[in-house]
Write a protein that binds this ligand. Structure first.
Ligand code: BJ8
Length: 426
């Protein structure tokens, strides 16, 4: 890190010893997993810098923004529209939920058989190591899965202010009306917290900013269809993770720069993996920073990950908000349209997700799909059955993985992944 941020962390009420322990582990893991990769695009240096400053400079930027009256909103779900937050000149950040940290504390309040993502955000909150959470003026939860929705009831005691958005579970007219109503309530909430009005002009600008960010990620995703693929799955996952933390304009410009470099690589047939390396699509639960275990195991076993059907991936970056609406009502409808099309497994029934995974496997020329599931995540675990059936029906090999954030199953996973890659090779 470029400076001594201890006074800032202290001001945020963080536990400095616990934070030191976390940063030590994080720094070493980043070194071992990312910096040891061969043939990385040069422009990944930007993301290396962002990661090295994820608890430092970026938090300072948030604190500077707060000092001039801007508000910080934290969230855990891609259904929370960044457009409304930007429209009041606020900042939306994804909150820490990707590491096995503070689980012992979390398990005093939650059942042991709770998914790692939920235990992680509880753990980060309870042990006071998440500067994003501490900097948030409003934490936005949502009623997606039962685990999250119930955990927020307890989490409310550990955050500045928690607001829970009610989300639909069915893609019906009533479901869409519920989402529209909730988004209008959320707009009012954002206005109240920020003390600013959302205007047609500010919302139009915000829609363009978020669209640009998604467009850049869509461009990056398409470039991974090339053979050989010009960027590792790990580096692409990192870009998808940073999507939730960084300043949007700077992030967009950095991704576009990487894409320019990748286009040159494709022209020159420069790839990151050996010729004929198995191409894998990952589908399932989101992988928040620093959840890199499965990607590391797959790519260290000689395969390359070419896409992710996940909220930290294509489910989070697909679809743009229509920019042609002239009125405020029209823009809100366009935002509802975009988000209502997302196919998280909490929806029932959820047939578009199955089709989408099959389509992605074709688009990215995947040789096989790994369905990645966090243990105790009911929605994705149940849906992994129909997903598998759909893919096998189309002669696409599938491996179902159920895991958590611990490193205890690394050897077992490695064996299963290697056997799967061998099966694909045959
Ligand atoms: S839109 S995937 S970000 S809810 S892994 S906590 S579902 S038990 S994270 Fe998600 Fe929004 Fe859906 Fe995406 Fe529950 Fe499953 Fe845990 Fe999960």
């Amino acid at each position: 890190m470029s400076a001594d941020y201890r006074p800032m962390w202290q001001q945020l009420g963080l536990d400095l010893d616990a934070l030191d322990a976390l940063l030590g582990v994080l720094g070493q893991a980043y070194q071992d997993i990312f910096l040891s990769q061969q043939k990385r695009p040069e422009n990944m240096a930007y993301f290396d810098f962002v990661m090295s400053e994820v608890h430092g400079l970026r938090i300072k930027e948030l604190m500077d923004a707060k000092a001039v009256g801007r508000k910080v909103f934290g969230s855990f779900c891609v259904f929370v529209p960044e457009e409304f937050v930007l429209a009041v000149n606020g900042v939306l950040v994804g909150l820490c939920a990707g590491a096995e940290f503070g689980f012992a504390e979390a398990e005093k309040l939650l059942p042991t058989n709770t998914c790692s993502l939920i235990k992680s955000f509880m753990g980060f909150g309870l042990t006071k190591v998440c500067p994003y959470l501490a900097a948030s003026d409003l934490v936005v939860g949502e009623t997606t899965c039962d685990g999250k929705k119930k955990a927020y009831e307890i989490f409310a005691d550990y955050v500045n202010q928690l607001y829970v958005m009610d989300l639909p579970q069915k893609k019906t007219g009533e479901g869409r009306a519920l989402l529209r109503g909730e988004y209008r309530k959320f707009m009012a909430q954002v206005e109240q917290v920020s003390g600013k009005k959302i205007t047609a002009d500010s919302l139009r600008e915000a829609i363009k900013t978020v669209n640009a960010k998604r467009r850049a990620m869509q461009r990056l995703a398409k470039l991974r269809a090339a053979d050989p693929t010009p960027i590792s799955g790990l580096d692409a996952l990192l870009a998808n993770q940073v999507f939730f933390y960084d300043n949007p304009q700077r992030f967009t410009a950095s991704v576009e720069k990487i894409c320019d470099e990748l286009e040159t690589r494709i022209k020159n047939k420069v790839g990151v993996s050996a010729n004929g390396a198995p191409r894998i699509l990952v589908s399932g639960c989101p992988m928040a920073v620093p959840n890199w275990k499965t990607y590391m195991l797959v790519e260290q076993s000689g395969a390359v990950i070419v896409g992710e059907e996940s909220c930290v991936g294509e489910r989070g970056t697909q679809f743009l908000v229509d920019e042609n609406a002239a009125t405020m009502d029209g823009m809100i409808e366009a935002i509802v349209d975009r988000y209502f099309a997302l196919d998280c497994a909490v929806f029932t029934p959820n047939p578009t997700r199955l089709e989408h995974i099959k389509q992605m496997a074709a688009d990215y020329r995947a040789d096989g799909v790994i369905h990645y599931n966090l243990q105790f995540c009911g929605p994705y675990q149940v849906e992994s059955g129909p997903v598998t059936a759909k893919l096998l029906d189309a002669d696409i090999p599938v491996l179902r993985i159920d895991t958590d954030y611990s490193m205890g199953d690394v050897e077992q996973l490695k064996t299963r992944i290697q056997a799967f890659l061998e099966q694909i090779g045959n």
